[in-house]
Ligand binder design. Structure first.
Ligand SMILES: Cc1cc2nc3c(=O)[nH]c(=O)nc-3n(C[C@H](O)[C@H](O)[C@H](O)COP(=O)(O)OP(=O)(O)OC[C@H]3O[C@@H](n4cnc5c(N)ncnc54)[C@H](O)[C@@H]3O)c2cc1C
Length: 479
């Protein structure tokens, strides 16, 4: 797909010359997200700063029939920001302003490209924060969080993005601007904020977000429990939840992840353990001693070798930095990785982790585990070299088998990373034809010509089948 001079001139008139990227080398930065095994070059990338500019670009695309792909920071892990048909990528990175803060009513309004971490930073002095904290929070945008309904370590207790958004400004694929919800706690009428949240950019472009702010807890306890076996660590997860305790976070890192994290940061993680659990309790100071004692007891009953406690805010920050940078640290072990995102009932963690390891071994791949264990949200990370098509083919097969295993265990295809292009071919395994048709009809109301983020999520698109077939044959994806 090529861009006519007239169209390029018009885009430059709307956005200024530095708001339009057409140089093929610069476009390479936008040819994929953090799911790097499928790539596609957009025809043009635009960098709006205002909703009015977004509207003008969308109207132009509508008139000319060009597809649009929304993009935040490109940290997505399922290929959602991939410009499958080329066309216009609307990158929200310059729409990053916090528009207002109302600490009294615990609300904040931001443009869609504001970085997740900036929201909490803006209200830190007021003792508040934005609760959804994806491990990528230093880079990912609130618009991307809304599109993926993102979670994070602390969403075990506090809920995912949809629980913290009360209002959205969106631009529909014909350029109409619509305000959904507001600042109130309980919306009336259909929950359209809930419908857009998690729709992976296939229904509307999110331009502004009103977020609920959460008071910081009075006290926290952060523990690191060390286990000789992955099985004991995963059984501890079920036991803690079954006891009625809801930790603020309950994260697992396995031996391979610890190796990478330790090599990267040198925090003193045990390298001879098979797994550690990072357990955070929060709430009223007076309650935490009892809860901590119960958690210690459960860890010991499940053969924890040692339970360390972060003694200072710095130690706590170091533990969390290590956890949140773990996937990045895995880059030390292989040129590429694919992070899967299945959900399973917590009680099946030991069985599913064992079988996932067997699948990885069958495909001769190294597998690291670093995940939101309390939510039963697995992130098996397959390590490989994406310049070798034969390894890519094995990764695709192994990833599909691991996700099928999650479905068979009574789980789902995604906890927080979305379907994107990565998992669209598997949607038939989770949803009936009737379910998919219902979703298609909803999409047709908002996005009737399928020009907004086309060929995502649904299993019967040309791209979905042909790219997966090509990857399985060990060839480059067909674009
Ligand atoms: C190291 C690492 C750790 C991660 N940890 C977590 C985690 O703990 N929890 C979690 O949930 N995810 C995690 N992720 C995945 C990812 O960071 C999230 O999905 C995040 O919300 C994506 O935000 P983004 O701004 O990068 O969006 P992008 O990747 O740019 O886009 C993601 C999707 O949102 C759409 N989109 C983006 N902006 C808009 C908009 N304004 N309007 C409409 N649609 C839009 C895109 O089209 C695409 O479909 C992690 C990723 C990495 C690389």
């Amino acid at each position: 797909m090529s861009l006519s001079d007239a169209l390029r001139n018009e885009l430059e008139r709307i956005l200024g010359v530095d708001g339009v990227i057409t140089d093929p080398v610069q476009l390479l930065a936008y040819d994929c997200d953090a799911y790097t095994i499928e790539k596609s070059l957009p025809t043009v990338v635009v960098l709006p700063q205002t909703t009015e500019q977004v509207v003008a670009v969308v109207r132009l695309a509508h008139q000319t029939g060009l597809p649009i792909t929304p993009r935040g920071a490109g940290t997505g892990l399922s290929g959602g920001a991939l410009a499958v048909q080329g066309g216009i990528v609307i990158a929200f990175s310059r729409m990053n302003r916090i528009l207002w803060v109302d600490t009294q009513n615990r609300r904040l309004r931001a443009q869609a490209g504001a970085v997740n971490y900036q929201l909490s930073k803006a209200v830190r002095e007021a003792g508040l924060h934005f609760a959804p904290d994806p491990s990528s929070q230093g880079a990912c945008t609130i618009g991307g969080n809304v599109a993926e309904n993102s979670g994070g370590p602390h969403t075990l207790k506090y809920g995912v993005t949809v629980n913290h958004i009360t209002g959205l400004q969106v631009v529909l694929p014909d350029g109409e601007v619509v305000e959904l919800g507001g600042s109130e706690d309980e919306p009336f009428g259909y929950d359209l904020v809930g419908l857009i949240t998690g729709s992976e950019g296939t229904l509307a472009l999110v331009t502004e977000v009103t977020a609920r702010l959460t008071p910081n807890p009075q006290a926290t306890r952060t523990l690191l429990a060390v286990f000789e076996t992955l099985e004991d660590a995963s059984q501890t997860v079920s036991a803690i939840i079954a006891s009625g305790i809801v930790p603020a976070a309950l994260e697992l890192m396995d031996a391979l992840t610890l190796q990478a994290v330790e090599a990267a940061f040198g925090y003193g993680f045990p390298l001879d353990a098979e797994a550690v659990l990072l357990i955070e309790l929060d709430g009223l100071e007076a309650e935490l001693d009892g809860e901590q004692a119960d958690v210690l007891c459960i860890c010991q009953r499940n053969r924890a070798r040692e339970v360390r406690q972060a003694r200072t805010p710095q130690e706590r920050a170091q533990l969390w930095a290590a956890r949140k940078k773990a996937i990045g640290a895995l880059g030390r072990l292989a040129p590429s990785c694919v992070t899967q995102d299945g959900v399973i009932p917590r009680s099946k963690l030991p069985q599913v982790l064992r079988e996932a390891a067997q699948i990885a071994a069958k495909y001769r791949l190294r597998l690291a585990n670093v995940f939101h264990a309390g939510d039963g949200n697995l992130h098996p990370v397959l390590l490989f070299d994406d310049s070798d098509p034969e390894q890519v083919a094995r990764v695709v097969e192994a990833g599909d088998e691991i996700l099928t295993l999650c479905l068979q265990a009574g789980g789902s295809l995604t906890g927080e990373h979305g379907i994107g292009v990565e998992k669209c071919a598997m949607m038939h395994q989770m949803f009936t034809a009737h379910d998919l048709e219902t979703m298609r009809r909803i999409k047709a109301v908002f996005n009737p010509q399928d020009k907004l983020n086309p060929e995502k999520m649904f299993p019967d698109t040309r791209y979905c089948y042909e790219s997966k077939r090509a990857l399985r044959r060990g060839a480059a994806p067909l674009l």
